[in-house]
Design a binder for this molecule. Structure first.
Ligand SMILES: NC(=O)c1ccc[n+]([C@@H]2O[C@H](COP(=O)([O-])OP(=O)(O)OC[C@H]3O[C@@H](n4cnc5c(N)ncnc54)[C@H](O)[C@@H]3O)[C@@H](O)[C@H]2O)c1
Ligand SMILES: [Zn+2]
Length: 719
């Protein structure tokens, strides 16, 4: 989603506040996907654009800066799957520079802040910005005692066992090191390791990974350290947290010390003075970038002297003594050979440009998504122009493609001078290319505008939707059935043999029975399957006859219900029957069940509607009934510490909290068995109000709900 293009200085205060609210939610959602789940939904360039828009509006309207503003937050809250570790010193983010002027501004601001220092007298280090995930590793008396991810900067995830599997990270430091040492740096995966891993996944019929950064993060945040060990993760040391003694007094000196202690450090680090030299080194690293076996997304500049760093100090989310000079997204020219339409799980028709293969930043690009009909025309999600009039994408066009160090390549623009004379405007199909049903663009009920997505109306009869549904059902974060990848799903779907056919999810679980009953066809005799793999497949299927409720809900493939929403639902309703019953009661979009669904923090009306709609469709319920005859969703873990006074109670947090972040407060309350809601209603038991609490506090008073401040709350939950 592109940032709104209305110039910031023409916004009214009301518009600005609304857009800031939108941006806070949108950025938080992307932070959660990227940092929390290692699975971004948008490119880094698009994400950065949202952040810059947010900063620009905040600069114009400082009075509107929100308590939950993205400009004061780092990363995302740690996952509850790992034990939390509170960092002895916070792990912050970095400010960004995108242009040479930004770099000069940064250097200028350092001189201004410190005052009275002659030009070119302050040394800066310049080091590649490794695209991995940051890690803090603590040693006491030279022994590795724990390791934590950055998390939200204050609290990270305890991943000690996983870090111990990384060969490059010493378990024991040489004699004579300070008593307490916290080495910080980046855990990453090399490009070659990443490609090899994907080749293995492909061969095993499993879903491939998107990019090295998210794969490194995902590989590290595994409950089973053996998985981490198999991924050959690497490390570069470049920073530190708590140190009982400082072994050096400069950034460079510290990094050299780490090298002496046995840590890998990046060989491209330099110490420089003049802005021109700093930028020169940035360009040099840029030239070497395609040949490096690890991904970097910029160069980090830091004031070298630690006493000056201390004087400069920190802003809320980043140090004043450092900045990250980002590389522009990588681009290349190529041709659109044809445009194919893919039909997804929800029936969305997605156009894909087949390109003449071209390397962009060391990776061969052959396809680029064109998103939807509007995008082909040059129109973005909010109806804004993203390319000039007439720059619609046509077969035969020469185009500029971009890879923003990540995710899916995009077609940025059309080179009009090279447009062939006979190129014709692309006509978006009016029928589904797979099943022939009508393809329509729905109207948005609120705005009356046409939806950007064109959908096949074939539903269950559309084989593309059905197979995509199955692929989603068996995917890693859903049922995760090993040996049942995309190729196998296609095979089982297409076969006409009733002993082998899988058309809907329950068929997966009857496959073995049907096989045993069939004297004629045996799966093990079919090419691509063997005795061993069939046995393994059936075992993998049987293993999933019992499944966590959140995975079960996610696997259903309800529109807008991703993993996070599925978890919220599982937690809220506890058991599958309770969930389904509530959704049926909510069908009229009124009444208690509907209000209750809407009141779950993190679930908005669009999502709530989609869930209710899903259960209104008798064919969905029919498939689920068949599925429930084969598999048992487990009741969601009721974390309720029954002795806590808040177990089972509904709490609303409002106003700005000072003792903890909103996420922390929420996680804490939930871990004690409370439900955290977004709005105050008759069902609310407690409202915890910080300074600046507004309408929610009024509502609580009106309804006679008990209100506490932060300290009272802390005392209350402490028992
Ligand atoms: N696509 C998305 O949905 C999405 C969502 C969130 C964040 N992001 C991307 O993540 C980044 C923002 O995340 P961020 O807050 O981690 O900021 P950042 O990545 O811009 O900078 C901070 C991080 O840089 C890393 N780093 C690497 N080499 C370093 C070095 N030599 N010295 C110091 N630090 C070094 C550290 O891990 C540090 O935490 C942006 O690139 C953004 O585009 C993308
Ligand atoms: Zn169709």
């Amino acid at each position: 989603m592109a940032a709104d293009k209305t110039p910031v200085d023409t916004l009214t205060e009301e518009q600005a506040a609304a857009e800031l609210a939108f941006l806070a939610a949108e950025i938080a959602r992307n932070d959660e996907a990227y940092h929390g789940h290692d699975a971004p939904n948008i490119s880094d360039a698009d994400y950065d654009a949202l952040k810059r828009r947010n900063d620009a509006i905040e600069k114009q309207f400082p009075q509107l800066v929100r308590a939950d503003s993205p400009s004061v937050k780092v990363g995302a809250a740690p996952l509850a799957t790992f034990a939390p570790i509170t960092h002895a010193r916070p792990m912050l983010s970095l400010d960004n520079a995108f242009s040479d002027e930004d770099v000069a501004d940064f250097v200028g601001s350092v001189y201004r802040f410190l005052g009275q220092l002659p030009d070119n007298s302050i040394a800066f280090t310049a080091e590649p910005k490794i695209d991995g995930l940051s890690m803090s590793i603590r040693y006491e008396q030279g022994r590795l005692v724990n390791a934590a991810t950055r998390g939200d900067g204050t609290t990270g995830e305890n991943v000690t066992e996983n870090i111990r599997t990384i060969k490059e990270i010493p378990n024991q430091l040489p004699a004579g090191v300070p008593d307490v040492v916290e080495v910080r740096g980046e855990v990453y995966m090399t490009k070659s390791e990443f490609l090899a891993l994907n080749a293995r996944m492909e061969a095993e019929g499993k879903q491939t990974y998107v990019n090295p950064r998210n794969t490194a993060a995902g590989s590290l945040r595994q409950l089973d350290a053996k998985v981490t060990a198999s991924r050959n993760l690497r490390f570069f040391a470049y920073a530190w947290g708590e140190m009982s003694d400082m072994p050096a007094d400069t950034q460079l000196g510290m990094v050299q010390t780490f090298e002496k202690w046995g840590f890998p450090v990046n060989p491209l680090m330099r110490r420089l003075f003049a802005v021109e030299d700093i930028i020169g080194h940035y360009r040099q690293i840029g030239l070497e970038r395609p040949d490096l076996d690890y991904e970097i997304d910029g160069v980090v500049y830091k004031v070298d002297r630690l006493d000056l760093q201390a004087r400069l100090g920190f802003r809320s989310r980043s140090p004043r003594w450092a900045t990250a000079h980002k590389f522009p997204a990588e681009q290349a020219f190529t041709h659109v050979e044809k445009i194919d339409i893919q039909v997804g799980r929800t029936g969305a028709l997605t156009p894909v440009a087949r390109l003449t293969p071209v390397t962009v930043g060391g990776v061969v690009v052959t396809n680029a998504t064109l998103h939807n009909a509007d995008y082909i025309e040059g129109i973005g999600n909010s109806g804004e122009r993203i390319r000039e009039e007439g720059h619609d994408i046509r077969i035969g066009d020469t185009v500029i493609v971009q890879r923003a160090g990540d995710v899916i390549p995009q077609v940025l623009d059309v080179v009009m001078e090279k447009r062939p004379a006979d190129a014709v405007r692309y006509e978006f199909p009016k029928v589904c290319p797979v099943c022939g049903s009508h393809a329509v663009r729905e109207k948005n009920e609120k705005t009356g505008k046409l939806d950007s997505v064109t959908r096949c109306t074939g539903g269950f009869t559309c084989s593309a939707q059905a197979t995509e549904h199955l692929k989603h059902f068996v995917s890693r974060n859903a049922f995760d059935i090993e040996g049942l990848g995309s190729k196998q799903v296609d095979f089982f779907f297409e076969t006409e043999d009733p002993a082998l056919q899988v058309r809907t999810a329950p068929d997966i679980f009857t496959l073995k029975k049907r096989q045993e009953a069939s004297p004629l066809t045996k799966l093990e005799n079919i090419e691509g399957f063997g005795k061993v793999s069939v046995k393994k497949l059936f075992e993998a299927i049987d293993e999933r006859r019992s499944i966590a409720l959140n995975r079960f809900i996610y696997a259903l493939g309800i529109r807008h219900v991703g993993e996070t929403t599925a978890k919220l639902l599982a937690r809220h309703y506890g058991t599958y029957p309770a969930f389904e019953q509530a959704m049926k009661e909510a069908a009229s979009l009124t009444g208690d069940a509907w209000a209750d669904l809407n009141n779950i923090e993190g679930i908005g009306e669009i999502v709530a509607r989609a869930i209710v709609e899903f259960f209104k469709e008798p064919r969905n319920v029919e498939v689920i009934d068949k599925l429930l005859a084969e598999v048992t969703p487990q009741a969601a873990e009721q974390v309720a510490a029954s002795n806590s006074p808040v177990a089972g109670k509904t709490v609303v947090f409002t106003g700005s909290l000072e003792k903890f972040t909103r996420d922390e407060a929420k996680a804490r309350a939930e871990s004690l068995g409370a439900k955290v809601a977004g709005s105050v209603s008759k069902k609310t038991d407690y409202v915890v109000a910080g300074p600046g609490a507004g309408s929610k506090l009024d509502k609580a008073r009106e309804l006679g709900v008990e209100v506490m401040d932060e300290d009272e709350w802390l005392a209350f939950i402490a028992g």
